[in-house]
Design a protein around this ligand. Sequence first.
Ligand code: CDP
Ligand code: CDP
Length: 441
Amino acid sequence: VFSFGVPPAGGDTRPYAIEPDATAASYFLSLPIAAPVCAGVGGICAAMLQGDIAYTGALRKAGVTVSFTEKGGLAARAAGEKLRGVEENFNAFSDTFLTLAALAPLLKDKTVLTGLAHTRHQETDRLNAMATELRKLGQKVEETDDTIVITPDRAALARLSKDAPVAIATYKDHRMAMSFGILGCHDLHGDGRAWIAIEDPACCAKTFPYFFDVLEHMRQQATFPVVAIDGGAASGKSSTARGLSERLNLMHVDTGSHYRALTYALLEAGVSPDDVRGIEAALGRLKVSSVVEGRSSRVALNGTVPEDACLRTESVNANVSKFAAVPQVRAFLKDYQRGQKDVACERGFAGLVMEGRDIGSVIFPDAPLRFFLEADQAVRAARRAAEGQTDAVADRDRMDATRKTAPLTCPEGAERIDNSRMTLEEVVAHLASRVKTWRDR
Ligand code: CDP
Ligand code: CDP
């Protein structure tokens, strides 16, 4: 919702809320026809003033479930649901007929869209433009004055685009470009390659200048693995995450080092873990940023990455879990940690692996790949001793697991891996195979 002020004659400014555009929403709500995704559009609701929200009724007829929450609309393909051809009179929401017509080749049987005579006099003769382009894709299309009937032929789609993408003309019509853009999201050949080429995509500038950038961003996000690794102290998180990042070129983020860096900075500032006011004041003076070294994204405080040696001192070991239990400290890091996904994307990594105590539960609860590492207490103590560290591993685990905010726990749906008797290579290989299966899904 966009709001702005109109200064009336009297000079006071009243805010007006403007509804999001229901027609633009139709493209994204239709994505589940083209790809196995759940698509969400913020700010829309069933009771919108714009008639084009009725398009959701046609989507439901096609086998897409559309639901509304207070945040917006969600569209998904119901499990096991076949996508059906649709018979619908689009007269009252005709701007959206192109969206469904362009996707008709992916539906099971005939699609019959009526009430469209007036669309022959819009940006172009839309009925004829749609029929012409669908025929280029080998679809059987019948057209009357106000109706288009599309009989899908998937084999023809595959045959015609086997060697090169089929060029789709857009007739200077933004809705032609956007509708076929959604069709192009379908992975027709099962290998991710483009199979249609949309001429003059810039014609969308009229209503949605960044439409294709948004689609590309969504595509990247959908194929960009976020691996969340949680577990107690010395359960093998850092070494496993590092190994996975090297093997798959993922950006590695050790969130324990974020809490350690803050602990170091707060102790340096003379603040104790029970002095909430002092913590707030000190956090207000700290600015976090990222420095990427190799495949590791390191946290910088006021522009400086703290030395490793400063992060593993006895006093940091003894205080880090106390500071990490303070909600203000966790809130301070939350958005920064979530933003690491964008950093990994921008830097060209193939994905992100983040480790800590609450990555799969709080930071990325929707991550498709979430793991919880475990190892026997004796094995973990021996691992730390072998590293020559004095660290009350059990005490930290107890504090981390019993705190109120974001306690250490195996998140629901995460895979538990007891690595007491596994080598590091075995654990890394197991996670890498899970990432591969997810990518190939
Ligand atoms: O390396 P080790 O497992 O011993 O600890 P770490 O990962 O460096 O984390 C140090 C401490 O930071 C943990 O004991 C937790 O108290 C805290 N932490 C947290 O609360 N949440 C995270 N996501 C990561 C670490
Ligand atoms: O990050 P976290 O504290 O969970 O553990 P880590 O620092 O990755 O691992 C602690 C020690 O256990 C390191 O010296 C690792 O090389 C070792 N380790 C192991 O021997 N076998 C594993 N499967 C995982 C870690």
